[in-house]
Design a protein around this ligand. Structure first.
Ligand code: MG
Ligand code: MG
Length: 263
């Protein structure tokens, strides 16, 4: 069952999503070779709690940390570790917050130092596919239009779409109906209308689309060992243009600042 949200509820989800966006911005300030994902996790948890939120993932089905950090061939749901990152790696950082009874959810895949051109292209195409999906998330269209937009854009660049993991409705629950696949048929699925709030999150592989489940019970990895990228926004369906409740503004400002510091 889909829970359509009131304007008041959407504003609460916006507040939670903004805290996620700010948290990812804090993480971005510390992204560099030598940093560990456990350090990033600690920064994120403290920032969320200092700002009146609770980490949404910590304890969710037993997940041990605040952030899901998934480097390189890891697709999603990676557990933070004390391994220092090296230049050339990529890492998806996924963050969720619960504040005032509502969830926000967003993810960004970072390049550590210099990455290979084909890996940078994977990041660029995956991020752009998220915005292509969001562009289709307007009243009167169908959920399959969102899925199709993402799939078509990524496959046209030679990348592949993970099938087993999908986006989701979000609100009083971290994961609600409907499922939001990153592949699908135009004109199919439920009709979109105002009040629908969804997390759209393309998970796109450089090589084959197949995945394997890790022995830790969480980590999802590409079966061919090639890199995977993941970007996510929480959005509200509107007439004419979707309302993006999370934001990459703080991440992108921080990445610019990092660049200036290293020049
Ligand atoms: Mg997420
Ligand atoms: Mg999500």
């Amino acid at each position: 069952m889909i829970f359509y949200k009131t304007e008041e509820e959407i504003e609460k989800i916006r507040e939670s999503s903004l805290l996620v966006a700010l948290t990812l911005g804090e993480v971005a300030k510390h992204i560099r070779p030598g940093v560990t994902s456990l350090e990033l996790d600690k920064i994120a948890e403290e920032f969320i709690r200092d700002n009146g939120g609770a980490p949404a993932f910590k304890g969710h089905n037993g997940f041990p940390n605040t952030l899901c950090v998934s480097p390189n061939a890891q697709v999603v749901h990676g557990i933070p570790s004390n391994r220092p990152y090296e230049s050339g790696e990529i890492v998806s950082v996924d963050c969720g917050v619960l504040k005032n009874g509502f969830y926000g959810d967003s993810a960004y895949t970072f390049a550590i130092g210099e990455v290979k051109p084909e890996v940078q292209k994977l990041l660029d195409v995956t991020k752009e596919s998220l915005y292509r999906g969001i562009e289709a998330a307007v009243e009167g269209r169908r959920l399959g239009d969102v899925s199709f937009a993402i799939q078509e854009y990524c496959e046209s660049h030679g990348f592949s779409v993970v099938r087993e993991l999908v986006g989701h409705g979000i609100g009083k629950n971290l994961h609600e109906a409907p499922e939001v696949p990153n592949y699908g048929k135009r004109g199919s699925g439920p009709k979109l209308r105002e009040g629908l709030v969804i997390a759209i999150e393309p998970m796109i592989n450089l090589g084959k689309r197949n995945i394997v489940h890790g022995k830790d019970g969480w980590t999802i990895t590409t079966s061919d060992g090639l890199p995977s990228a993941h970007f996510e926004h929480t959005i509200a369906v509107r007439k004419g243009k979707a309302d993006i409740l999370s934001s990459f503004k703080f991440v992108e400002n921080a990445l610019e600042e990092n660049k200036l510091k290293t020049v």
